[in-house]
Write a protein that binds this ligand. Sequence first.
Ligand SMILES: Cc1cc2nc3c(=O)[nH]c(=O)nc-3n(C[C@H](O)[C@H](O)[C@H](O)COP(=O)(O)OP(=O)(O)OC[C@H]3O[C@@H](n4cnc5c(N)ncnc54)[C@H](O)[C@@H]3O)c2cc1C
Length: 293
Amino acid sequence: MSAEATENEPSVADHQAELDAIATFFTSVVRVEQRSPLLRRITFGGGDLHALRWLSPDQFFYFLLPPEGHSVMSIDHTFTWETVRELPDVLQPRGAYYTLRHHRPDAAEVDFDVVLHQPGPAAAWAAGAAVGDVAALWGPRTAWHPPSDTQWYVLVADETGLPGVGAILEHLPADATVHVVVEVADELERQPLHIGPNVRITWLHRGGAPAGTTGGLASAVQQLTASPDWPTGPGYAWGGGESREMTAVRRLLRHDAGMARRQVSMVGYWRRTGEVGDDQDDRDDQDDDYDDD
Ligand SMILES: Cc1cc2nc3c(=O)[nH]c(=O)nc-3n(C[C@H](O)[C@H](O)[C@H](O)COP(=O)(O)OP(=O)(O)OC[C@H]3O[C@@H](n4cnc5c(N)ncnc54)[C@H](O)[C@@H]3O)c2cc1C
């Protein structure tokens, strides 16, 4: 289990431990399972994975994948972000961040649940992934830093944050008080979760609207904060989803619910692009950097 930080940022020692733990694990696909119309589970096994150590329940890795049109890696164990930038465009690895859903150290296997959104190079790789396909995983890293006095949790996610929600619910004590709010496309995208006696879960369906457009997560969290169910005492809120949706939830929790910066970790896992208003939204997001506690 990772040390829990007591400030809004992990301690210097924690942060150094996290940086030291970042490695590049070369491995290959050993199983693929279509969990739902949008979610594909990719299981990697073998290779360097015997050396993988647990960091935190939301631990995430950058998938380094063969370049478009290639089936072999263009990088090796000398990989660094500096050297990869010097590669020609045609040899640039494809990739994106994904959350480790399960780790079976004895079998040197890891599961990742990948959303098959369109279009996206990493999602396209996952859609066509087959046993034997090679990849490298750069990580682990974490954004899960609950203060040590935390008495309850709020977890907020779309499909991309759902693997983290699943892993966190399995990690927390069996009697933990947790409010979970998850938005998915429809009922078919719900995933089985470990629900303890004090876990309350709200599933939201987009009803045909594109991901990252509904504002549903913020509305549901607002209702929750205004309800008698909103817990007292120090809590911790973690979330992963579309960037602007996470910004809206973060603002609510910080400004309306009065949670301190160290109590809120809402991470933009992806960014809806190419629509009118993007530039203004970018400026809005940056304003949050200047929040006071
Ligand atoms: C810490 C962290 C953990 C993550 N964990 C997971 C995980 O476990 N599972 C998972 O599926 N994703 C996860 N993500 C999100 C994933 O990294 C992004 O969705 C990423 O953009 C996918 O890369 P891509 O190459 O497929 O698409 P990109 O090239 O990044 O984007 C292409 C287009 O697709 C759009 N797009 C990107 N993601 C989505 C989406 N989910 N739905 C709809 N449109 C989208 C973009 O707006 C863009 O227009 C995580 C991200 C972070 C930062």
